[in-house]
Design a protein around this ligand. Structure first.
Ligand code: CA
Length: 402
């Protein structure tokens, strides 16, 4: 199952424009770039309206492509442009990507682009809806003529200007290690594809942030004639373990020994891989628990030699550590997103941390039907597969209201 390993998103006004009409959305598994158009800053309104629509979540039902191509944003931008003469005809491009189990679904209108970097090779995954692209396709312009064409920035399709819009969608099969680039034409009009590919190759291809910053700097060095937006994300297999550094929200009673054993038994059939990086867990402990822990420590110290105490504590810690590797639960981050945690849903004695954030979804808990929330987010112990499946279902809106 694919997961987002790393991501980077930035927009830059460039060197010649006074305002930035681009916008982006980057919250795994959903990413998008929008390049607004229209006078009196209406482009800015259109592209940020698109981002707002994405923030409110993808529609339910259908496959990833269908959900991504939801026409909601077009309807809203169009409606707003009809109500306000200053905003008449405003619109925005959109190139959006949704990371599914085995493929990345893309939805696209206009001349922002999606590229996939696979084995060091950059491939364009979208076809521009622009005048020069149409002319090229009909054999009326060569590649070289297209690059110099005065109407290069004229687009033939956008979200907003019409009541209905055709959204191109495609599902791109993807693998761990692939990197996707979504960008506005402020990048691609300034930086040739070969140079973009080279920048990915510099510095072992590592570090999306380095690549993203270099792409923007390169577009500016070459003139920065337009707003530049770059969204990057890399993929890994879920078996590699996507540990995030989001904080956690906790505060339920410890599970019973039977619950731990049952969850471990399920998980043993499915070994948990080592995390890419581990994240220290919160050290919160209630004052009463602290006092009890101190009391326990004192009593033990009075009874047995220090060496044995150390051995016992070590064994306990090792046992707890093994348990935390094997079990998972679904909960909520402190800022309200559905997440998978690895470990036990409580803070153990002696400051031992028993859970860590394993995967944070883009779905706010408010989107989980109220009737199901308690049952789904009850911190029940699960195998990695069960917990991931459950969150995937929530992400795909497959969780009914009851
Ligand atoms: Ca642009």
């Amino acid at each position: 199952m694919l997961r987002v390993a790393d991501s980077f998103a930035r927009t830059d006004t460039g060197r010649q424009r006074r305002s930035n009409e681009d916008a982006f959305y980057a919250r795994p598994p959903l990413f998008a770039v929008a390049d607004g158009m229209g006078g009196a800053r209406a482009g800015e309104v259109a592209s940020s309206l698109l981002v707002e629509v994405l923030e409110s979540g993808l529609p339910d039902g259908g496959n990833d492509e269908e959900r991504l191509a939801g026409r909601e944003a077009n309807a809203q931008i169009h409606e707003l442009s009809r109500q306000d003469a200053e905003r008449a005809g405003m619109g925005t491009t959109v190139t959006a990507a949704y990371v599914g189990d085995r493929a990345v679904a893309l939805a696209h209108v206009g001349d922002s682009r999606a590229y996939r970097l696979h084995d060091g090779r950059l491939e364009q995954m979208t076809r521009d809806h622009s005048l020069v692209e149409e002319l090229k396709r009909r054999g009326k312009l060569t590649e070289e003529e297209a690059e110099e064409h005065p109407q290069r920035s004229v687009i033939t399709r956008a979200l907003g200007p019409e009541a209905r819009v055709d959204v191109d969608t495609v599902s791109v099969p993807a693998q761990a290690g692939d990197v996707f680039l979504l960008c506005s034409d402020g990048l691609t009009a300034m930086v040739p594809e070969e140079r973009i590919e080279e920048i990915f190759g510099d510095g072992d291809g590592a570090g999306l942030e380095r690549v993203g910053r270099e792409l923007i700097a390169e577009a500016n060095d070459r003139g920065g004639r337009d707003n530049i937006t770059v969204v990057l994300f890399s993929l890994e297999d879920v078996a590699d373990g996507a540990v995030t550094d989001q904080p956690t929200q906790i505060g339920v009673p410890a599970p019973s020994a039977e619950q731990v054993e049952a969850a471990k038994a399920t998980a043993e059939a499915e070994p948990a891989a080592a995390p890419r990086r581990t994240v220290p867990l919160p050290r919160r402990r209630k004052p009463a628990a602290r006092a009890a822990a101190r009391g326990r420590r004192r009593r033990i110290r009075g009874l047995v030699p220090t060496l044995i105490v150390v051995a016992i504590l070590g064994a306990l810690a090792a046992g707890a550590w093994v348990a935390t590797r094997a079990v998972y639960f679904v909960g909520t981050t402190h800022d309200g997103f559905v997440a998978v945690y690895r470990g036990l849903p409580w803070n153990g004695p002696f400051g031992v941390h028993l859970y860590e954030s394993f995967y944070v979804s883009a779905v706010p808990v408010s989107e989980v039907p109220t009737g199901r929330r308690h049952k789904l987010l009850d911190h029940q112990l699960r195998s990695q597969g069960d917990a991931s499946d459950l969150v995937r279902k929530i992400e795909q809106g497959q969780v009914g209201a009851s």
